[in-house]
Design a protein around this ligand. Structure first.
Ligand code: PRX
Length: 654
């Protein structure tokens, strides 16, 4: 492929871009001269009700307190401030529904909407510190709901619409959410995807949860698709009955900087998702600062589009909080890239004259597969900057993105970060850094990143190691909801004093960093984090399954794909079913337990799962099988003939 031949190239910034860039090279020296003062300066760009006097209190490490004696409100900063300062007429969102319906929402409209929603929430008894679960499609109400929670000091917990009723229930229970905000449904590939019935199922007693979800008092439902919806009087209320008639006046509730802003659940190495939580002042500082310097946002002229869903951290930081605090004009799109045709995204870029576009490598690889003739049909000349996030971007995809979408003109920022980090930690700075396909290159000014070996010592050139953050940063997570020990163990015990990210990385001769994927039992499928254990648990909860082992195998489009090896109970109905029938039943099982996003690509029925003598599943061997590699050393296996049997089963396509 033409792109492969070019992987060694680097791309210096053009003079024009560099001259107008928000970030200049001296940002690095400013940050290293006085790191804390640098962060305090970034934080002072927010509107504080009580200005802070202390920057960082690390005495309770690993729980940081940033700007702790200041008070502010996230929604006030993202919305009201712009109206106050004369920017109310600026478009906040060009919303594009999948069926083609559109809405233009200005910052002044937003202020009215969030005020009404905040009054609506208060009328339902929601006050400071309460948790609210949000399970909505990608529509303006999702943004309004999040900001309305922030406005009253409530803590939102957004659950991506692709998660199942079971997953939703787990998250509602863990946070003890008092309210669920949902919609009748959303639009997906021309069909109506129901959401409210999943909320009903989540709240009702089930085999796994024999009692109703006791914490939830109300379900606030947006009418999006108009599909028939079951209704529980007293509990269920319509958004248009509660929010629409409410007053447009609402005073934001000022909170301490360390007041929790949101919880977001993410997969860890055990079966139970972690409720990571972020607080207000530090998180908003990180999200808005990084958005300004990495995306070079010029709010008066740019049209910015981040294609993520608000259900993920990327949507929280780079649709809701970062861009809105910076007063950006954005595109918000409800649907999928190929409805009604494979050029839909490029059509949207042409229509709204998008200047800055942020997406994931898995999407780029999908577009490569569909062919460059599709984007070529649209005018993409408005674009001036491209971003990538979620997984390593292979140089071929990077170069394709630059050439086909960016006309060899737009700088690309490959941004490394995590739900835990809250905002971008590593990325080239457009206009400053000479970019290098496939590498996330350098930490942002103010951020300290190292690659270390098993002993915590920096690795040499081209040597693989573990990625750690060696200093606290404002938007770092403050913990795992209700589980401080797990927070300490997961992130801080491995290398004392340093944050362990769970990613492998190396440095090249120029000192640039390359990500090498996860070093734990977390998979990255289409930029979504999935836990092998969680999927194994879902599989073994099916009556046919005796045992299951799940691995992430390399996949050309999705980065990794879920491959499951299952042992079927000999005395159950599964024993007489065909491999195909088992696969169909178990895919459905995973969809029901976790959500469609976790469905295994491949399910193999095997007679045994390889284990060490101490009983630990040998995932490395299974990954080798799944990726059709030669199976290496199996001497630590309890029964090494197991691997032969599995490999033979795979060859014969069983
Ligand atoms: O493995 C890294 C990968 O995604 C993980 C974080 O996933 P999540 O918390 O869901 O957040 C995704 C969006 C920020 C990381 O541990 N990852 C994220 N960005 C990159 C990446 N891997 C390589 N390059 C990136 N740019």
């Amino acid at each position: 492929m033409v792109e492969d031949a070019l992987t060694q190239s680097t791309f210096p910034p053009t003079e024009d871009f560099a001259a107008q860039a928000n970030a200049q090279a001296d940002l690095y020296s400013q940050a290293s001269e006085d790191r804390l003062e640098f962060w305090a300066e970034q934080a002072r760009r927010l509107d504080w009700d009580t200005p802070f006097t202390e920057t960082l209190d690390w005495s309770g490490a690993p729980v940081a307190r940033w700007f702790a004696d200041g008070t502010l409100n996230a929604c006030d900063n993202a919305v009201d401030r712009h109206v106050r300062e004369g920017r109310g007429d600026r478009v906040a969102f060009h919303f594009e529904g999948e069926p083609g319906d559109t809405r233009t929402v200005t910052y002044a409209d937003m202020q009215r909407e969030v005020s009404k929603a905040a009054n609506g929430l208060e009328s339902l008894g929601i006050t400071k510190g309460d948790r609210v679960a949000i399970y909505l499609p990608q529509i303006p109400e999702a943004v309004v709901a999040m900001l309305a929670c922030a406005r009253v000091g409530a803590v939102h917990s957004v659950v991506f619409g692709g998660f199942s009723a079971e997953s939703l229930r787990q998250r509602i229970d863990d946070a003890r959410a008092k309210l669920v905000i949902t919609a009748d449904g959303g639009n997906r590939r021309g069909a109506h995807l129901a959401l409210k019935p999943l909320v009903d199922a989540a709240l009702a007693p089930s085999d796994a949860n024999p009692t109703p979800a006791g914490s939830v008092e109300h379900v606030l439902t947006v009418k999006r698709t108009g599909q028939d919806t079951a209704w529980e009087e007293g509990r269920d209320v319509w958004w248009h009955d509660v929010v629409d008639p409410a007053s447009e006046q609402h005073q934001p509730v000022m909170v301490e900087a360390e007041h929790p802003l949101f919880i977001l659940y993410t997969s860890g190495t055990t079966g139970k998702p972690k409720g990571l939580f972020h607080t207000t002042g530090g998180y908003l500082t990180g999200a808005s600062y990084s958005h300004r310097v990495v995306f070079d946002i010029k709010p008066e002229t740019d049209v910015y589009w981040c294609s993520a869903d608000v259900g993920w951290i990327t949507g929280h930081s780079y649709i809701v909080y970062g861009p809105m605090i910076n007063g950006a004009t954005q595109v918000l799109y409800e649907g999928v890239p190929n409805a009604p045709h494979e050029g839909r995204w490029w059509e949207i870029i042409e229509k709204y004259k998008v200047t800055i576009f942020y997406t994931a490598p898995t999407a780029i690889r999908t577009f490569m597969k569909w062919g460059e003739a599709i984007p070529a049909k649209f005018d993409l000349s408005s674009l001036r900057l491209l971003g990538s996030v979620g997984e390593p971007i292979n140089p071929a995809a990077w170069l394709w993105y630059r050439r086909v979408i960016g006309s060899d003109r737009c700088p690309i920022v490959d941004t490394w970060w995590q739900t835990e980090t809250g905002s971008i930690m590593m990325s080239p700075l457009p206009g400053v850094t000479e970019t290098k396909p496939g590498s996330t290159q350098v930490p942002l000014p103010g951020v300290s990143i190292e690659v270390v070996d098993d002993e915590g010592q920096p690795v040499g050139v081209e040597e693989g190691g573990y990625l750690v953050a060696s200093e606290p940063w404002p938007s770092m997570l403050r913990g795992i909801w209700g589980d401080p020990e797990r927070y300490q163990e997961t992130y801080w015990d491995r290398f004392p004093g340093k944050y362990f990210a769970g990613d492998g990385a190396k440095r090249d001769a120029d000192g640039d960093i390359w990500l090498l994927g996860r070093v734990d039992d977390v998979m990255n499928v289409s930029g979504h984090r999935l836990s092998t254990t969680e999927i194994e648990n879902a599989l073994v909860s099916h009556p046919w399954v005796a045992e299951a082992a799940v691995v992430g195998a390399a996949d050309e489009t999705t980065g990794q794909a879920v491959v499951a090896f299952v042992v079927v109970k000999s005395d159950g109905a599964g024993a007489v079913a065909s491999g195909h029938e088992v696969a169909v039943a178990l895919r459905e099982q995973v969809r029901k337990e976790i959500g469609a996003l976790a469905k295994p690509r491949t399910i193999l029925v095997v007679s045994e799962v390889p284990k060490t003598r101490s009983g630990k599943i040998m995932r490395r061997l299974l990954r080798d099988v799944a990726e059709h590699r030669h199976v290496g050393d199996v001497t630590t296996l309890a029964d090494s003939s197991v691997m032969d049997a599995i490999s033979q089963g795979l060859e014969s396509g069983k």
